[in-house]
Design a protein around this ligand. Structure first.
Ligand SMILES: NC(=O)c1ccc[n+]([C@@H]2O[C@H](COP(=O)([O-])OP(=O)(O)OC[C@H]3O[C@@H](n4cnc5c(N)ncnc54)[C@H](O)[C@@H]3O)[C@@H](O)[C@H]2O)c1
Length: 349
């Protein structure tokens, strides 16, 4: 099976290398020709994964038509805010049988669409059953080094999802399948916002209790949003929910957590962006998450506080006592799926 990977950043390269390690011919494409040249000539992505030797069957092309030629599996791993543009470019070059796996995490700021909604919007209906979404606790740098990792692949057609699972499955990379695309997507996206909150807390030296509280209450508000959009609450305590949230909130490898730490230490967002050289996705996701929460009437106090710190000049030190002094509530209230089920976290036999 021939594979095309759209996006040769850290995650695109790591996923491409994983597939190539199984012997699949994989071609990566990107707008960054320098990165592609290094992959093609030296089998190294010096910018995003320096020092990692890439398999020879991982090749690169700056020509989208060439990258997609004969591909049966197309993996989309560009930042979420450019997924629409990239898939629009690719659409005329694809046939109906191509299977997609999107590994981008985010909610489009302009439309509030998740990545599955963006793909369904751009691609013809006949291709919708071929869409899958990969998410979970997975730092690219670790996957690229062959360290053990488990993720979720979600899709509406079980046969297609199982094919993608099988394609990615190696001794170090273990995908589980799910039919809950919404739950997998919301968990993977909103965790970046909570990671900024956890980073802020760490930057303010609020301690381990505070971080654990943010992770847990962050999960509660992610779950409220996901369940109100039809997700299964169990998905949110799985790899793409709690798993990814724990990883992103507690490791210095996370760009979102780093943004939060620097905000907590009193640096401005502009300074942080300049130092990082890129926008951490949680910064954009914070805006779209807030809009989505308002649209659905879902209470998301941690995400709201992060939004205000990022976009309204709210001081992180002020946010903490405000969150602590909100009206006391039952721990498991506020879930709603087709009716009020307050007090029910949704675990079913
Ligand atoms: N890095 C990780 O560990 C990781 C893990 C899981 C999921 N993800 C998700 O994967 C996606 C990509 O993340 P990443 O970390 O690889 O990002 P990255 O910043 O390392 O790389 C992004 C790549 O996209 C390319 N790109 C940007 N705009 C483009 C365009 N218009 N057309 C073509 N290429 C374009 C850039 O040149 C770059 O090579 C994100 O949605 C992220 O949330 C990343």
């Amino acid at each position: 099976m021939r594979v095309a990977v759209l996006g040769a950043g850290s995650w695109g390269t790591a996923l491409g290398a994983t597939l190539a390690s199984k012997g699949f011919p994989v071609r990566v494409w990107d707008i960054d020709r320098e990165v592609l040249a290094a992959i093609a000539d030296r089998h190294e992505n010096a910018r995003y994964l320096p020092g990692v030797a890439l398999p020879p069957s991982l090749t690169a092309s700056p020509d989208l038509a060439e990258a997609l030629d004969g591909a049966e599996l197309v993996v989309i791993v560009v930042p979420s805010h450019v997924v629409r543009t990239v898939v629009e470019q690719a659409r005329p070059l694809l046939n109906d049988r191509v299977v997609f796996c999107s590994a981008a995490k985010g909610i489009e700021v302009e439309t509030l669409m998740t990545m599955s909604e963006v793909l369904r919007d751009v691609l013809p209906e006949g291709m919708h059953q071929n869409l899958t979404f990969l998410s979970g606790p997975s730092f690219a740098a670790e996957v690229a080094r062959g360290l053990p990792t488990a993720v979720t692949v979600a899709g509406t057609c079980e046969t297609v999802t199982r094919r993608v699972q099988e394609a990615f499955h190696t001794t170090f990379f273990r995908p589980y399948t799910s039919t809950d695309v919404t739950g997998v997507e919301i968990g993977g996206c909103v965790k970046n916002v909570v990671a900024i909150a956890a980073g802020i807390s760490d930057g303010l030296e609020m301690g381990a209790n505070a971080r654990a509280a943010l992770i847990t209450r962050g999960l509660a508000e992610i779950s409220r949003l996901a369940v109100c959009r039809g997700a299964d609450p169990l998905t949110l305590v799985g790899l793409s929910g709690l798993g990814d949230l724990m990883l992103t909130c507690s490791s210095t490898l996370s760009r979102n957590h780093t943004v939060g730490v620097e905000l907590g230490r009193g640096r401005s967002l502009d300074d942080i962006k300049a130092a990082l050289g890129q926008v951490a996705e949680g910064v954009l996701n914070s805006r779209s998450t807030r809009e989505l929460a308002l649209k659905h009437g879902v209470d998301m106090p941690i995400s709201e506080a992060v939004y205000r710190v990022l976009y309204e000049g709210y001081s992180p030190a002020e946010a903490v006592p405000e969150l602590m002094m909100r009206t006391p509530k039952p721990e498991n209230g506020g879930y709603s799926r087709g009716g009020t089920v307050d007090g029910d976290v949704g675990f079913r036999p």
